[in-house]
Design a binder for this molecule. Structure first.
Ligand SMILES: Cc1cc2nc3c(=O)[nH]c(=O)nc-3n(C[C@H](O)[C@H](O)[C@H](O)COP(=O)(O)O)c2cc1C
Length: 568
C-alpha cells in the first residue's frame, strides 16, 4: 500500500554522506543514560548539508503492514457511532459541566473510534490508504493500543489489542481470577513498533515514534473528554512491568514478528481523581489464572536496513522509577470560543494540510485562543500528568491581523521566560505582545519576514512559510534528561500534545495544521542564538488555510459497518 507522503524523501546522496551514514550505523559508546540521550539526539539531527542516517532508497511497495494483528484470538467488534456524541469541544475543557458516560462496550468503542480509529480512507489512482483520528509521521502509525478491562459489561476481564482497521478488539488474555472491587475500570496501554517508522526514517525514527505516542495521548484525552471522562498517566509502573502487563514480553507470541516497545499506561477516570490510585498489584494478578491467546503478525517480511541505535536509545530511556512531581497549576482565565463545534466532528474531520494558501491570514482573536489552549492548566489535555511544562513554542508569525510579522516566544511556565532570555540571542526584544490578553505570555523577540527561514528550517517544506504561522518547540533538554533519561520520551509527548491542541483548534477555526517532524535542528537553534543543549527544538508545526487536492477521493472509515446509536 503506497502513501502520498514524500516530505523526507529528498535526500542528498553524495559519496561523503553515504560514508557518513555507514559510519553512523555504529552503535553508540557506553555512557550514562543522559549522555546516551544527548548523543542520540545529536546524531539524529538533520543539518543543511545532510539528513540523519536513513535508508538511501525506499521501495514503496515494500512498506510494512500498517496493521498489527494477533491470530487465533477471540475478535470482538466494537460498536460505531461516536459521531452521535454531541459534546461541544469547549466542554472538554470544562468537564464538570456534564455527566460522564458509563463504562460499556459502546462507550469503550466510542473512545477508541475517536482516538485510534480510522477517520477516512483516501484514494488516488491505484493507491488507497487509511487516515486515523491520531496523526502520524509519514502516516506510518507505529503506535499500538491495548486495553485492560475490569468489570466492564460485555467485556471479560483481561487484556485486549485494538485493531483500528476493523474497529475490533482481539482478546489477548482472559483472566478468570476474581479481581477486587466492583467498579468498572479501564486502562489503556500504548506501545510502538519502531520498525514501522525506522523503515522509512532510519535513526531519527525513535523521535517520531515518541511524537506519535504524544499525539495518541492527545487523541485519547480529547476522545475521553467527549465522553465526559478524564485520563491519568499511571506513574507507578515501570517499563518491564508494563511489558508484562501488555504481553509484550511473551517472546513466543512475537517469534518472527517485530517487537513492540512499551510506552505508557493510562487509566480512564469517570470522576476527578481522589486520593491515590495505586493498585498495580491487582493488575499484575492478571498473570494468575490468565489464559493467553494470539500470535503477532509479521509486518515486514524482508527488512532491508538495521538501525541498532534505536534499540539503544529505547533501552536508555526506559522508565525505571516514578518521577512525577506535584504541579502548581496556574489559574489563567479560559478564553471563550465564539465558534464551537461538536468534539466528535472536529476529531473526525482533523487532517494534516498538505498545501496552505500563502495569501490567507487569520485573526488575532483566533491566534490568541489557540495560544490560550496551549497554556498548562488542570484541564485537557494537560491534566494527564503531574509534571511542570518543559516545552516552549517559538512562533514564526507570518500573517496574523494586528500582529507584526516576526519571531515570538511563549514561555509556558513561570521561570521559563528568564531561562529562555538567558539562553537566546541577547538582541531579542522580549516585548510583551500588548494586543493579546494579559494572561498570555507572548513576547515579540524580533520583527522580521520569517517565511524563507521557516521554510528552510522545515526541510524546505512550503507549508512552514505558507501558513499564517509556524513554530518550533523548545524543550528544556539538559535538565530534564539529567533528572531521568526516560523523560526524553516525555518531552516528545508534551510537544506532540501542543501539536494536537493546534490540530483540533485549527479545525474549529476552519484552518488546518500539520506536524513537522522534518526540521533542521541546529539551523533553528542558530536563528535563536542557542549554542548548547540547555534548550533543544524537538517538534515543529504549521497552521494556515488549507488548499485541498480534489483529485484525492475520500471514502468512509468503516464502509461495511453500521453505526450504532449512542445515547447521552
Ligand atoms: C510527528 C509528526 C511529524 C510529521 N511531520 C510532517 C512533515 O514534516 N511534513 C508533512 O507534510 N507532514 C508531516 N506530518 C503529517 C503526517 O504526514 C500526517 O499526520 C499523516 O500523513 C496522516 O495524515 P492526517 O494527519 O491527515 O491523518 C507529521 C505528523 C506527525 C504526527
Amino acid at each position: 500500500m503506497a502513501t502520498v507522503i514524500f516530505y523526507e524523501k529528498q535526500r542528498c546522496a553524495s559519496n561523503a554522506l553515504q560514508k557518513a551514514m555507514l559510519e553512523n550505523t555504529e552503535p553508540m559508546p557506553p555512557s550514562t543514560g543522559a549522555e546516551r540521550v544527548t548523543a542520540y539526539h545529536t546524531r539524529t539531527k538533520h543539518s543543511l548539508n545532510h539528513y540523519a542516517a536513513g535508508p538511501e532508497a525506499l521501495d514503496w511497495t515494500m512498506q510494512p503492514n500498517p496493521f498489527r494483528e494477533f491470530s487465533d484470538t477471540l475478535l470482538i467488534n466494537l460498536p460505531l457511532g461516536a459521531q452521535q456524541l454531541t459534546t461541544p469541544l469547549s466542554s472538554i475543557y470544562q468537564p464538570d459541566d456534564f455527566e460522564p458516560q458509563p463504562l460499556s462496550l459502546k462507550s469503550v468503542g466510542a473512545l477508541l473510534e475517536l482516538s485510534m480509529g480510522i477517520s477516512a480512507w483516501k484514494e488516488y489512482g491505484p493507491d488507497r490508504w487509511a487516515l486515523r483520528c491520531n496523526p502520524s509521521s509519514g502516516n506510518l502509525h507505529p503506535t499500538e493500543a491495548y486495553l485492560i478491562c475490569q468489570n466492564i459489561p460485555a467485556l471479560e476481564n483481561g487484556l485486549y489489542h485494538y485493531v483500528s482497521r476493523d474497529h475490533a478488539l482481539e482478546q489477548r488474555c482472559r483472566n478468570q481470577s476474581e479481581l477486587p472491587g466492583e467498579d468498572g475500570r479501564l486502562f489503556i496501554g500504548l506501545s510502538s513498533v519502531h520498525w514501522r517508522e525506522a523503515w522509512k526514517y532510519g535513526e531519527r525514527a525513535f523521535r517520531y515514534c515518541q511524537l506519535d505516542v504524544g499525539h495518541a495521548l492527545g487523541a485519547l484525552r480529547y476522545a475521553a473528554g467527549a465522553l465526559g471522562w478524564r485520563l491519568r498517566l499511571v506513574e507507578d509502573v515501570n517499563n518491564s512491568e508494563l511489558e508484562k502487563l501488555l504481553g509484550l514480553d511473551r517472546s513466543s507470541d512475537f517469534e518472527r514478528a517485530e517487537h513492540e516497545e512499551a510506552d505508557l499506561l493510562l487509566e480512564v477516570m469517570l470522576r476527578p481523581m481522589t486520593g491515590s490510585q495505586h493498585d498495580l498489584a491487582h493488575l499484575i494478578t492478571l498473570e494468575n489464572g490468565a489464559h493467553w491467546a494470539g500470535t503477532a503478525n509479521v509486518l515486514d517480511p524482508h527488512p532491508m536496513y538495521h538501525w541498532p541505535v534505536i534499540d539503544e536509545i529505547a533501552a536508555a530511556t526506559r522508565r525505571t522509577a516514578s518521577t512525577a512531581n506535584a504541579t502548581a497549576w496556574e489559574s489563567h482565565p479560559l478564553l471563550a470560543h465564539s465558534r464551537d463545534k461538536p468534539a466528535a466532528d472536529v476529531i473526525l474531520q482533523r487532517r494534516s494540510a498538505q498545501r496552505l494558501d500563502a495569501t490567507a491570514s487569520m485573526t488575532l482573536e483566533d491566534f490568541c485562543l489557540m495560544l490560550d489552549r496551549l497554556l498548562p492548566r488542570q484541564m485537557a489535555p494537560w491534566d494527564i500528568w503531574n509534571f511542570e511544562p518543559c516545552v516552549h513554542p517559538v512562533f514564526f508569525v507570518h500573517r496574523i491581523h494586528g500582529l507584526k510579522p516576526g519571531l515570538y516566544a511563549l514561555p509556558r511556565s513561570r521561570n521559563a521566560k528568564d531561562r529562555l532570555r538567558a539562553a537566546l540571542r541577547k538582541e531579542f526584544l522580549w516585548e510583551k505582545a500588548q494586543q493579546c490578553p494579559d494572561h498570555l505570555p507572548l513576547f515579540l523577540l524580533t520583527q522580521a519576514d520569517c517565511r524563507s527561514a521557516a521554510r528552510t528550517i522545515s526541510c524546505h517544506q512550503a507549508i512552514a512559510a505558507d501558513g499564517c504561522f509556524s513554530l518550533g518547540m523548545l524543550a528544556e533538554f539538559d535538565e530534564v534528561v539529567a533528572s531521568d533519561p526516560w523523560r526524553y520520551r516525555q518531552l516528545h509527548w508534551e510537544a506532540a500534545l501542543l501539536g494536537h491542541v493546534l490540530y483540533l483548534e485549527a479545525e474549529v477555526m476552519n484552518l488546518r495544521g500539520t506536524g513537522i517532524g522534518c526540521f533542521i535542528d541546529d539551523a533553528f537553534h542558530e536563528i535563536l542564538g542557542i549554542t548548547g543543549t540547555e534548550f533543544q527544538s524537538i517538534y515543529h508545526f504549521t497552521v494556515g488555510r488549507p488548499l485541498l487536492d480534489t483529485r484525492i477521493l475520500t471514502q468512509p472509515p468503516y464502509p461495511n459497518r453500521d453505526a450504532d446509536t449512542i445515547t447521552q
